[in-house]
Design a protein around this ligand. Structure first.
Ligand code: SAM
Length: 247
């Protein structure tokens, strides 16, 4: 079937590969991968005979043309990234857009995504959340971006790398204030998985207390401002009006 399968792969624990993902990766003749050297062991592990095509952020248009050629020849193609769901803080969106424009079917295979895994275990009751992904590397742009987000009535989800975690957490506390709650989700699905919740004012101290807490891959979730905590203000207003009407 000439379709592009967008396949989520594990964040760390191979057991998180879905049955359907394994079936598709074994069945397709081509796998477009962010880093072919990184993904070759996964295909070997699955016993997949698929050939790898590089599809990273610097060749996405060329990769899209290659993928469309394969689809036009009647072959199915799978798209994977190094970890998690393609196109989520990863390459894939432009390739998918080109394939759709070319009139081919794009089939998502849902699976691991660090943001969703972190949210599911964070205990964040805010009714809305915004996925921001990585912040700008430069301090000024990062702080400008944070100031724009500070008043949103939603929890905010960031991705961060270990070499910036200490600075980023300090910046979050400076911009959002010490009382907003932060959830630090580190090394999800891996051996040293850690999920820690605290007020932003205590987060830098928590990281500093043990150098191991600064290692690995991170999702940071800043909870929504206290006044939108888990309550649907509009819903409550409507309910009060209805009750006042004797309903
Ligand atoms: N496409 C991936 C997804 O679906 O989550 C994200 C890829 S992005 C290039 C990599 C970032 O995702 C890391 O820097 C980290 O912020 C987050 N991440 C990936 N794996 C993680 C894990 N096991 N635990 C915590 N965060 C993780």
């Amino acid at each position: 079937y000439p379709a592009l399968y967008v396949v989520a792969t594990p964040l760390g624990n191979l057991g998180d590969l879905t049955v359907r993902a394994a079936e598709v990766l074994r069945a397709v003749p081509w796998v477009a991968a962010e880093d072919t050297r990184h993904s070759a062991p996964l295909l070997r592990h699955l016993g997949s005979p698929a050939k790898l095509l590089p599809a990273h952020e610097h060749n996405e248009e060329a990769a899209a043309r290659q993928v469309i050629e394969r689809l036009a020849a009647g072959d199915a193609v799978a798209l994977i990234s190094d970890a998690g769901t393609p196109a989520i803080s990863d390459p894939g969106a432009r390739l998918v857009a080109r394939v759709r424009e070319a009139g081919f079917r794009v089939i998502p295979l849902p699976g691991p995504c660090a943001a969703v895994a972190a949210l599911s275990a964070a205990g964040i009751a805010a009714p809305h959340w915004l996925f921001h992904g990585f912040l700008p590397a430069k301090a000024k742009q990062r702080d400008d971006a944070l100031r724009e987000l500070a008043a949103l009535p939603a929890a905010l989800v960031f991705y961060e790398a270990p070499h910036r975690i200490v600075d980023t957490v300090a910046a979050l506390a400076a911009v959002f204030g010490p009382a907003r709650r932060l959830v630090i989700a580190r090394e999800l699905s891996k051996l040293f998985e850690t999920i820690h919740a605290c007020p932003l004012g205590e987060a830098s101290g928590w990281l500093a207390a043990d150098a191991n807490r600064q290692k690995g891959e991170f999702v940071l979730i800043v909870d929504a401002p206290a006044d939108v905590q888990g309550n649907d203000a509009e819903g409550e207003r409507v309910l009060k009006l209805l009750l006042a009407d004797g309903l």
